[in-house]
Design a protein around this ligand. Structure first.
Ligand SMILES: [Zn+2]
Ligand SMILES: [Zn+2]
Length: 390
């Protein structure tokens, strides 16, 4: 089959690789109909995140049709049109029992590689670095999905492939961030970053009853998407002297009740601290530029919630004392998609959620290298580049 592979730092290619097959009795194999770029891929493409090997097929946000099922798959069958969350859950372990699916204790065969850094390993993910399991990814004609009954969610007829695609990763990640905010009527939620995840966090905050949702970014087309497709208020942070001041002013002096940080370590910031961060990151003295995270902590009202969705590695200059003195709650996770996907498909089918506008660029899988370039450069208003493998 054809697949997009990682051959080295900033070295991607579409190549012919072996087809996947059922390996374990609960596996299914999916013919991928659509698969899309994610900002977290840029971390290993750029070489900031180690653990990729030459020839790895990557990609973890996808939808498709089941073409092969293992002998112990009970609820899914060949021909089912399904969407699959990017983290792989077993459905049986202590963590899966508590709906903490991305922390699944069973699905990461390379757990030992994560142990020194995390203390306890995360679950496995498709098409990511080997410490996350080393599973083949979805930028391919076919992909193997372990525990098919747990991880494949049938897409209702009323939901088209393109809308369903983002329920794999961007939508549940963003929605989970909004869920973390414990929204009460009258609440104001600020969302840092209007990429796909941030936009879906904003949409989720609306669905969960926030009175006001304020989205911050520096790209006019992303801010326009937040206004036009989500109905959020927007702030161009490159236009203001201080994000904290702008949010204080917008909220009658108190600050937002919750802040969702959906930018991560490659975020652009402003001001002196950002210059220091960039200099340190350039010489690898700091792995992350944590400007958005720090600003989220500073901007949130006292006693509020900061929901952390952006991907960071090791961060220095984290304002621990600010968190303590302001009585903040910080909640973070990789997406527990299996918890949210049925509800999100329902919102899509009912017309309460729009996702297809995230697909600003569509192309055949053969053009995926160019797709990643456009995505990385945010060229031409790119939110997501979507690939069709066949
Ligand atoms: Zn992702
Ligand atoms: Zn599990």
């Amino acid at each position: 089959m054809r697949a997009l592979v990682w051959n080295g730092v900033n070295d991607l290619a579409v190549e012919t690789v072996p087809d996947p097959h059922v390996v374990n009795p609960r596996d299914v194999v999916l013919e991928v109909s659509l698969t899309t770029t994610c900002g977290s891929d840029l971390h290993f493409i750029d070489g900031y995140l180690p653990g990729m090997r030459k020839g790895d097929v990557f990609g973890h946000e996808f939808t498709g049709t089941i073409v092969e099922v293992g002998p112990e798959v009970r609820d899914r069958k060949v021909g089912d049109r399904v969407v699959v969350p990017s983290f792989i859950a077993c459905g049986n372990c202590w963590y899966c029992d508590r709906q903490l699916y991305s922390l699944c204790d069973t699905t990461n065969p390379n757990a030992a590689a994560q142990q020194p850094l995390l203390g306890y390993p995360s679950g496995g993910i498709y098409g990511y670095t080997h410490p996350f399991g080393g599973y083949a990814g979805s930028h391919a004609q076919f992909v193997r999905v372990p525990f098919g009954d747990v991880n494949c969610f049938p897409v209702p007829e009323a939901v088209d492939d393109l809308s369903a695609l983002f329920v794999s990763d961007a939508v549940p990640t963003g929605f989970m961030g909004a869920d973390f905010c414990d929204i009460s009527p009258g609440d104001t939620v600020a969302v840092f970053g209007a990429g796909a995840v941030g936009l879906m966090a904003a949409a989720g905050a609306k669905i969960l009853g926030a009175e006001r949702v304020i989205v911050l970014d520096r790209l006019p087309e992303r801010l326009a998407a937040a206004r036009d497709h989500v109905g959020a208020e927007t702030v161009d942070y490159s236009d203001v002297d201080s994000v904290q001041e702008a949010l204080r002013e917008a909220t009658g002096g108190r600050g937002p009740d919750a802040v969702v940080e959906a930018v991560g370590m490659e975020g652009h910031g402003t001001g002196l601290q950002n210059v220091v961060d960039r200099a340190k990151q350039a010489v690898r003295a700091e792995t992350d530029r944590a400007t958005p995270l720090r600003e989220a902590v500073l901007a949130c009202r006292k006693g509020g919630v900061v929901a952390l969705l952006g991907v960071y590695g090791l961060t220095d200059s984290f304002p621990t004392g600010v968190v303590l003195n302001k009585g903040l709650t910080i909640r973070a996770a990789q997406q527990h998609g299996q918890r949210y996907v049925p509800r999100l498909l329902h919102h899509l089918a009912a017309g309460e959620l729009q996702t297809s506008f995230l697909a600003t660029h569509r192309m055949p899988l053969e053009d995926a290298v160019e797709g990643y370039r456009i995505f990385k450069e945010k060229e031409d208003g790119c939110l997501r580049a979507v690939f069709s493998p066949s």
